[in-house]
Write a protein that binds this ligand. Structure first.
Ligand code: CUA
Length: 317
């Protein structure tokens, strides 16, 4: 891991971060300097030119000062032009991905992030990327407006239905970096979290060739423990409680083994097959009293992850 950032800013995790911060500091300190100058001048003049008697106003002789007016017009103009040109350059550097960038397709959907790689594999709420190489994200939303934000990389972009937006980054070092959704998109918005998992470039290449990402098989792990982690990392928690309280969807507590009643009047026992179907094809059976709000997770969860989630749900009696 690189430095942990400053008082103001998170770690500079991408190659663009230092440029963004330098520009931010320039604009910030420019504002601080002018704030201090203007406040000091105001206080000084208020005291110095306080009206001391009623007839003082009539005798005052306030004139015109061309040099002064030219200065307070010209100096700010130059400063604003500097901010514009500098800002536009950094904006272009941020917007235009290098030609050798690898591409990852990003799909945002209430309330999860799905990443699709050029080898055909998919990961959910985990974006795998190589260190020291540019990655271009081509993003769109399936339902409503979302926004993709990685503070350590200083990249942020709206993710919009029916069109593509794109950002790129080059991570400096392997590590985990937080992804936030920064556009209010419904009750699960604050849970719409994901992680950029930056791997050393050779490990990334190996995983791309195998089509298998680290941590997806859960080998040797207790399935209930793993399922409990996945419940959060795959954002099941955006819609399903584990304490019996009602959220967007039914609670997981006591779900396994009970008789579920569906909107069409039919019933079924909630067994492994029912839960699996509900994850992969959520609209097949809608529980009575709930809206058909769940997106499909087909192709986004491995078999092992699905098993672990079922094991965890089973454990919530
Ligand atoms: Cu997606 Cu907020």
């Amino acid at each position: 891991m690189a430095s942990s950032g400053s008082f103001w800013m998170p770690e500079q995790g991408s190659t663009i971060a230092a440029d963004v911060d330098t520009l931010f500091d320039f604009i910030y300190y420019l504002n601080v300097i002018f704030f201090v100058l203007i406040t000091a001048a105001t206080i000084y003049f208020v005291v110095k030119y306080k009206r001391k008697s009623d007839d003082q106003l009539a005798s005052s002789n306030v004139g015109h000062n061309t040099a002064l007016e030219a200065a307070w017009t010209f100096v700010p103009l130059v400063l604003v032009i500097i901010c514009f040109v500098w800002g536009f350059r950094v904006f272009l550097d941020q917007s235009v991905a290098p030609a050798n960038a690898i591409e990852v397709q990003v799909k945002a959907e209430r309330w999860k992030w799905d990443f699709q790689y050029s080898n055909g594999s998919q990961t959910l709420n985990e974006l795998f990327a190589p260190a020291g190489r540019p990655v271009k994200l081509v993003m769109s939303a399936k339902d409503v407006l979302h926004s993709f934000f990685v503070p350590e990389f200083r990249i942020k972009s709206d993710v919009v239905p029916n069109r593509y937006t794109s950002v790129w980054f080059e991570a400096k070092e392997p590590g985990d970096y937080q992804i936030y959704c920064t556009e209010y998109c419904g009750t699960g918005h604050s849970n719409m979290l994901a992680t950029v998992k930056v791997l050393p470039a050779d490990e990334f290449d190996k995983a791309m060739l195998k089509g298998e990402w680290p941590g997806q098989s859960g080998e040797g792990r207790d399935p209930v423990e793993w399922g409990k982690e996945l419940y959060v990392s795959k954002t099941c928690n955006a819609c399903h409680s584990v304490n019996g309280s009602r959220l967007v969807g039914p609670s997981f507590k006591g779900l396994f083994g009970r008789d579920a009643k569906f909107a069409d009047g039919s019933t079924a026992k909630a067994d492994e097959n029912y839960i699996r179907e509900s994850i992969m094809d959520p609209n097949a059976k809608i529980v009575e009293g709930y809206a058909p709000a769940m997106p499909s997770f087909a192709g986004q969860l491995s078999d092992g992850q699905t098993d672990a989630l079922i094991a965890y749900i089973k454990s919530l009696k």
